[in-house]
Design a binder for this molecule. Sequence first.
Ligand code: SAM
Ligand code: SF4
Length: 475
Amino acid sequence: MKFLPQKYRIPDEAMKPFIDPDELHSFLKQPQPDARRIRDIIQKSLDKQRLSLMEVADLLNANDPGLIEEIKAGAHTLKERIYGNRIVLFAPLYIGNKCVNNCRYCGFRTSNKDQKRATLLDSQIVREVEALEDNGQKRLILVYGEHPDYNAEFIAHTVRTVYAVKKGHGEIRRVNINAAPLDIEGFKTVKSAGIGTYQVFQETYHPETYAHYHPSGPKRDFNWRLTSLDRAMEGGIDDLGIGALFGLYDWRYEVLALVRHTNHFEAVYNIGPHTISFPRIKAAAGIDVKPDYYVSDADFIRLIAILRLAVPYTGMILTAREPVRIREAAMSFGVSQIDGGTKLELGSYSESKNEIQNLNREQFEINDSRSLNEIIDELLEKGYLPSFCTGCYRVGRTGEHFMEFSVPGFIKRYCTPNAILTLSEYLLDYATESTSAKGWKVIEENLNKMQDPAVEKETRLRLTRIRNGERDLFF
Ligand code: SAM
Ligand code: SF4
C-alpha cells in the first residue's frame, strides 16, 4: 500500500473477488422487462445518472426488436449530446510478439510454431515511429506479447524511446500500453516513463471459459489478471483500460461483467476506467475457438449501445479488427476512439510492406486497412471532427472523460478547441489537398457553432499561430 496516495488506497474489502458469476447469471435470468421499464432506464442514462447492474441486465435482456431500436436510439442521443462529433485517432505499434502463453484465440500463442517471432530493436522503433509521425500520428498504443524479455524496465525503455523520436513537426504526445499484467513495482516503473493508459483485457470474465482458453503460461491465472489494474492503481497509474474479447462466452454476461468491473473501480478508487474495449474474435493463425458464442453484427452493435448507456463517461475504443461499416455504426452508437492507418506486422510501418496480411507474422486479421488520411477524409465527409488531442493527460487533468461527462461546458472549453487545433496541425503538415480543403471547412463550421465568443476568439488566435508555424498549442 505504501505507493498509493490516500485517495487510491485499496480497502481490504476490494480484494475480495468482485466478479461473482452466479450473481451475474442471476441478473441475466430475470424476466423480460417491459417497454416502460426500458424507456425509464434509457431516460435515467440520458439524465446522466449511473445505471445499476440490474438496470444494465434489463437492457441486455430486452429482446423485442422495437425496444432494441429504442436502446440504440438512446445511445445515439447520449453520444451526440455528451460527446458531440469528436473522434480521437491513434495507431497501434507492435513492439514484440514473443509469448509464453497459449491463448487459444491468438496468433502469437506459444504453440503456433509458424509465427515468425521478433522484437523491435531501438533503431527499428525509431524508424517505425518516424514513419508513423510522417503519417501524422500523435497517439500510439504499444503492444507486447507476454515474455520475460518484455519486463517493466523493457516496456518503460520502449516508451521513452518512442517519446524521444521527433521528425519535422512530428512527435508522439501520448503513448498507451497494451501488455501483460505487472506487479506493483512494475507498474511504478512503467508509470515513470510517462505512459498514458495501461490496458489489460480480461478476455472473458467467466472463470471456466477463461481456464479453457488459457491452457498454459502465466496468463492462466484468472485472478492475477482480474486484479492487475488494482495493482496498477496502487503503483500510481489511474488511467486504465479494461476490455473483453467477444466470442469466447455469452456476450450479455461479458457486458455485465465489464460494468461490474467499472463499478469496482468507482467504488474503491472513486474513478472509473479511462477506456473500455470490446474486440471481437477475428481470424488468426493456429487458433482454436469454438463458434458457440460468435457475436453477430446486430448483437455487436447492440452491446456497444448498451455499454454506452451503462458507462456514459468512459471512452469506448473500436479497432481496425472491424470492417468500415461496423466502425461507422459503432461511432454513431457510442465509440469515441478508433485507430487509423493500422498495420500489425512488426516493422511494417517503415517498410511499406504488408499490403496483404500474412497471419504467420501478425496477431489477427484486420478488416479496415484504410490509411489515416482516408479515414480522416471520410470522418470529415460525415461531419465528424477528427482529434489528436492529448491536452488533458499532459496538464494532469486525469479522469478527463468523467469531466467531459459531468462538468458543464468542459467539452466546449477544452475538447472541441483542442480537436480543432490538432486537426489543423494534421491538415497543414500531412493531409492531401482535398482532405485539407474539407478539414478547414469542418473547422470553420465548428468555430461558428461555438457559443462562447472568448473561446472562439482564442481558438482562432491559436489557429493563426499554428498557420504561422507554431505547434502543440492546447487548452
Ligand atoms: N499479451 C498481452 C495480453 O495478453 O494482455 C497483449 C495482448 S494482445 C497483443 C491484445 C489483445 O488482442 C488481447 O488482449 C486480445 O483481447 C486481443 N486478441 C487476441 N487474439 C485475437 C483475435 N484472434 N481476434 C481479435 N482480438 C484478439
Ligand atoms: Fe500472448 Fe497476449 Fe496473444 Fe495471449 S493474447 S498469446 S498473452 S500475445
